[in-house]
Design a protein around this ligand. Structure first.
Ligand code: GRF
Length: 197
């Protein structure tokens, strides 16, 4: 059984690229998956161009015309997911909060990457907050998505040592490298948990 995943992005899409690279060289131990679709709420997301150039189906539905009404935007999104036979959603820098109804519908079939060692530093500006808190270790976490933002059960994480000379930028760049290592491994774990024997 090959699982068809949709990757949701809002910007540059470097995590998407790491997952696409992994999809191209799956080992027999890895749970088989293919990228059926890259979705964005931002039609100008840089990552969409990259995905298109790889021959991956891309769909963007701008959320802005729908204002605060998530229902219609998510209904259109869901239709696109169902029409394309998507089994599993991977949020990779998707910057729009999903409604509780959407999370419920995809419960156990949707994961996210967050740039901190959860439960520390939920939300935005995680690198700045890790430095301000005097943390010695920082990192990234992949977790199941539940209705509470950054609150779902943790699947796996990767630590990054904070150096004395670190700035927000230098720390962000090492955490991003760690994300690219973590996400393929965590996706494999999640697929095995959900669809394995
Ligand atoms: C990553 O740091 C991710 O953890 C956060 O947004 C960033 C997205 O980067 N949620 P990219 O679009 O995957 O390059």
């Amino acid at each position: 059984m090959t699982i068809k995943i949709a990757i949701f992005i809002s910007g540059r899409g470097s995590n998407m690229q790491a997952l696409a690279a992994h999809a191209k060289c799956l080992s027999p131990q890895d749970f088989p998956f293919e990228i059926g679709l890259v979705f964005s709420n931002n039609p100008d997301a840089l990552g969409l161009e990259w995905a298109k150039a790889q021959g991956i189906l891309t769909i963007s539905i701008d959320h802005r015309p729908y204002g605060k009404n998530r229902t219609v935007h998510e209904a259109l999104l869901n239709k696109a997911l169902l029409l394309n036979g998507i089994d599993f959603i991977v949020l990779a820098g998707y910057m729009r909060v999903l409604s509780a109804d959407f999370c419920e519908m995809w419960d156990g079939r949707m994961i996210n990457i967050h740039p901190s060692l959860l439960p520390l530093h939920k939300g935005l500006n995680t690198h700045r907050r890790a430095l301000e808190s005097g943390d010695k270790v920082h990192g990234c976490t992949v977790h199941w998505v539940s209705a509470g933002v950054d609150e779902g059960q943790i699947i796996d994480s990767e630590s990054v040592t904070i150096l004395k000379e670190d700035t927000e930028e230098s720390l962000a760049s090492r955490v991003l490298e760690a994300e690219h290592k973590l996400y393929p491994r965590a996706l494999d774990k999640a697929l095995k948990q959900r669809f394995g024997q």
